[in-house]
Design a binder for this molecule. Structure first.
Ligand SMILES: C[S@@+](CC[C@H](N)C(=O)[O-])C[C@H]1O[C@@H](n2cnc3c(N)ncnc32)[C@H](O)[C@@H]1O
Length: 849
């Protein structure tokens, strides 16, 4: 079944899902210095800490912000008021239908035909005319904008059904709440199912999810795409959120890594190795080293484009934020370019409005790459998305002073303000226009004299006699999304195309260690960056480093139902297969040194501290016992596609399945000495039964709910078709005695299954013949447990509810559900009271994927 995820042990707090964007009425201490002096842009808090006891709503004004963006001309003077007014309004919410869900079409049609109409009557809101509407620029009506505030949804009874729908589908994983503008960058990557994609700064994973959806889009049930996604993030906790998020994708084509993106490993086989290795003959050219067809570079940034959902940024905003992170952004983007194949595309994006984090970074990349990289004109792509051209001129502000060119930077500040922040990027000379034209030609984009932006190719004299620089690059090809154009957030996107290999020097310089970087060599810059990170610790989710608040924020955005438990839940796929997960996540020095005895010592054998190595699972006896028990066809490749985190076969608890592409990547990673620090890999396919469940079962491994959709077409044993009625009853009552099934023959067959895990599939002819709405491509199936006298589902209550509602809707689309608590069925058992005491408690805990 689609979106087989779900979570174990969800608490009440987790069910605050699909909370609408926060309204800007959050409280803050009265002494909050948000109305700071515009020149106090070093972010120093001058407030008196003693009077922080009285509270008032967040201020949504910051004079430094106003002055900065007015002078940068971020919008025209006439638009300024509309622009800031919009920034002060709460952000309307948006969500995406997960197109890999089995029910995506049902959900879309429910939104289009049911909710869009029925909600109209309840809606009276400002200028907006529709309560919910598809985002016109997003393909196939898969992304939606909702105008209901959180309060409205909660308080209005008539909206309750919609609210419940959003909550359930979000929790199941059929929809993902995501800010509309944040959905844009993956769409400009032009990803194909066979692409190798690197998402450099991926957590909490909303864009990774989109990338995975794209590569899986045209895949038939039971098969996998050729491509893969590597989702990387520096922050381990945020990686865990990403893992939780993407678990709902049920993908074998994802690898999650935990590196500084600017130093992401190249996994390059050295020549001698390649020449002598068998692999040299086997691998395609891309796997002699790790190069990507597509790179998403959604870098850490100051995040001021998210002011509408994170109004606390109003108080914290200062120009040091953008200046401080500019260097890191360049380093990450350059690493991305170096890992991109010639002919590949890279999207650079931020949720900041600041040209220092945007156009200045793009210009520096173009400058460093010479003619090897061009900035693509994508104006014909997604024509319905309202966007504005990037800027070709801007200024730099540092400690309250505007500077138009590097020569204006006082010597004492040259450690913190860098040439690359200015449009010319030059440290000494003013812009060299002849070079500019040549470079523009090199870039394959000779300029048109009719282009108003190009005509600005001369220094502009400012009122205060600073000579403003104008970039020679066609930065108008960058895209700026401004809040008031589409009633959303702000975003910046640039699309690069690599047309040739980078000059060797460029690559080395940017692969090199932190200490070699001109930015990081500099104490002032380091201090600025440390300060920035400190500031960002309490800032929006898109900022530079991970921390609890941002994790929580990210969870609200992308994983509404409670991040904390989500973090605990990710044990299944992350670093350690070990039982003692706490120990595993934070191993002591002793463990690393190999001094600690026992179990843990055995398991810390990999290169990375705290992360057990991924190993191929090749125990033929176990593999054969699984194959025989479920009658898995040979056409489903198990050998070399199974991995675990535990080299001791007898202790293995979970076995993951990896796609061909991921398998090859793993092989390469072994050859290059495990350069990749892998936090999560593959699709959980088999789980060891606990002793309680397993005593009566001939096979020690059950099929996990995530793995079921992939392996389903290849199962020939322990699998039965049920009628709609019996299938519904199973979902409703969770456990039914063999003798109590409506279809007695089915009950009889169930009793003849071997004890243990089995799969029940909704009978197709049964659905199709009675109702054309039930015709669908992929079968609906659930994992069950054949106990002594009963058949019990191994699916979460939530997944049961969703499946049941979907079935009922397909059968009677006009009727309004949700499903009510069921009447007891004769013979139906509460799972915990069944005859399977030995099995079921554990199953219910473990079977939820
Ligand atoms: C803008 S957010 C990414 C949002 C993400 N792409 C999404 O759509 O869900 C930036 C991310 O960069 C991560 N980060 C910060 N510095 C990094 C670095 N040097 N290398 C890799 N990731 C970094 C942060 O932990 C944060 O998760």
């Amino acid at each position: 079944m689609g979106g087989g995820g779900g979570g174990r042990g969800r608490s009440r707090t987790q069910r605050r899902h699909f909370a609408q964007s926060r309204e800007n009425v959050w409280k803050r201490p009265k002494s909050d210095p948000s109305d700071a002096n515009p020149d106090a842009d070093n972010g120093n808090d001058t407030s008196n800490a003693s009077d922080t006891l009285s509270w008032q709503p967040f201020a949504t004004q910051n004079l430094a912000f106003d002055e900065y963006y007015k002078d940068q001309g971020i919008v025209s003077q006439e638009e300024w008021d509309t622009f800031v007014e919009c920034l002060r309004k709460p952000l309307p919410s948006a969500f995406r239908i997960n197109s890999s869900s089995q029910f995506w079409m049902d959900i879309r049609s429910q939104l289009e035909n049911d909710f869009a109409k029925s909600l109209q009557a309840e809606f009276i809101e400002g200028d907006e005319v529709e309560p919910i509407r598809p985002l016109a620029w997003y393909p196939e009506n898969l992304a939606w904008h909702s105008n209901f505030s959180r309060m409205q949804l909660r308080k209005n009874q008539a909206l309750e059904r919609f609210h419940e729908f959003l909550k359930l589908e979000n929790e199941i994983g059929n929809i993902t709440r995501q800010e509309a503008v944040s959905m844009v960058p993956p769409l400009f990557l032009d990803v194909q199912p066979d692409h190798f994609v690197l998402d450099m700064c991926a957590a909490p994973g909303s864009k990774t999810f989109q990338l995975l959806e794209i590569i899986h889009r045209s895949t038939k049930p039971g098969s996998l795409p050729k491509g893969m996604v590597i989702a990387n993030d520096l922050d381990v906790q945020r990686c865990n959120l990403l893992i939780h998020q993407t678990k709902r994708m049920c993908t074998a084509n994802l690898v999650v890594t935990n590196h500084e993106a600017q130093q992401f490993p190249g996994c390059r086989l050295n020549k001698s190795h390649f020449a002598t290795s068998e692999m040299g003959n086997q691998l395609g050219p891309c796997l002699n080293q790790l190069l990507f067809d597509r790179v998403l570079c959604d870098v850490p940034c100051s995040g001021d484009g998210t002011l509408r959902k994170a109004p606390d940024i109003w108080r914290k905003w200062n120009t040091g934020m953008g200046n401080g992170i500019h260097g890191l952004q360049i380093q990450i983007a350059m690493r991305g370019i170096s890992l991109l194949k010639v002919g590949g595309r890279m999207v650079y994006s931020t949720c900041s409005m600041n040209p220092i984090e945007n156009e200045a970074v793009v210009a520096e990349i173009l400058r460093k790459c010479g003619g090897c990289v061009e900035l693509l004109d994508v104006s014909s792509e997604l024509p319905q998305l309202m966007r504005r051209p990037g800027h070709r001129k801007w200024k730099v502000r540092d400690r309250g002073t505007w500077m138009a060119s590097y020569k204006d930077v006082p010597l004492s500040r040259r450690g913190a303000v860098h040439p690359s922040m200015f449009p010319s990027g030059s440290s000494v000379e003013p812009v060299d226009h002849s070079l500019g034209l040549e470079e523009q030609h090199q870039n394959g984009r000779a300029t048109s004299s009719e282009d108003p932006c190009i005509q600005l190719d001369k220094p502009v004299t400012l009122a205060n006699n600073l000579e403003e620089e104008v970039s020679i690059f066609p930065l108008e090809r960058c895209m700026r999304i401004v809040p008031h154009d589409q009633n959303g957030g702000a975003f910046f996107i640039a699309v690069f195309h690599k047309v040739g290999p980078l000059p060797v020097g460029t690559l080395e310089k940017h692969n090199s260690h932190r200490a070699k970087s001109s930015f990081h060599n500099d104490r002032q810059h380091d201090e600025a960056q440390d300060k920035l990170f400190e500031d960002m610790k309490t800032s929006a989710d898109c900022s530079a480093n991970g921390n609890n608040e941002k994790v929580a924020e990210a969870a609200l955005e992308s994983c509404e139902d409670g991040p904390q438990e989500a973090l605990l839940e990710t044990d299944s796929v992350i670093a350690c297969e070990n039982d003692d997960s706490k120990e595993a996540e934070a191993p002591s020095e002793e463990n690393d040194d190999g001094k600690a005895g026992g179990k843990r010592k055995l398991q810390i054998q990999g290169k990375w501290r705290g992360v057990d190595p991924v190993v191929f699972f090749r125990d033929e006896d176990v593999i054969n016992s699984i194959k025989n028990f479920y009658g898995i066809l040979d056409s489903f490749q198990l050998s070399d596609h199974l991995v675990t985190r535990n080299s001791e076969t007898t202790r293995v608890k979970r076995i993951y399945y990896v796609s061909e592409s991921v398998k090859e990547l793993l092989e390469l990673n072994f050859k290059v000495g495990q350069q990749l620090k892998i936090t999560s890999i593959g699709l959980k396919m088999f789980e060891r039964q606990t002793s309680r469940e397993g005593t009566s079962a001939p096979c020690s491994f059950r099929i996990s709910s995530e793995g079921l959709p992939l392996i389903l077409p290849y199962l020939t044993k322990q699998i039965l078709d049920a009628s709609v009625e019996d299938f519904k009853h199973l979902l409703q009552y969770k456990s039914i005695k063999f003798t109590d099934f409506v279809d007695a023959e089915f009950g009889e067959k169930a009793s003849k299954l071997l004890p243990g895990c089995c799969v029940i599939v909704l009978r197709k002819d049964n659905e199709g013949s009675s109702n054309p709405n039930l015709v669908h491509e992929s079968p609906i199936a659930i994992g069950c447990w054949r106990g002594k006298a009963t058949l019990s589902v191994m699916v979460t209550a939530l997944d049961c509810q969703e499946l049941l509602e979907r079935l009922l809707l397909r059968m009677e689309p006009t009727k309004e559900y949700p499903v009510q608590e069921s009447e007891p069925l004769k013979g139906a058992c509460e799972v915990n009271n069944s005859d399977m005491v030995e099995d079921v408690d554990e199953i219910r805990l473990n079977a939820v994927g």
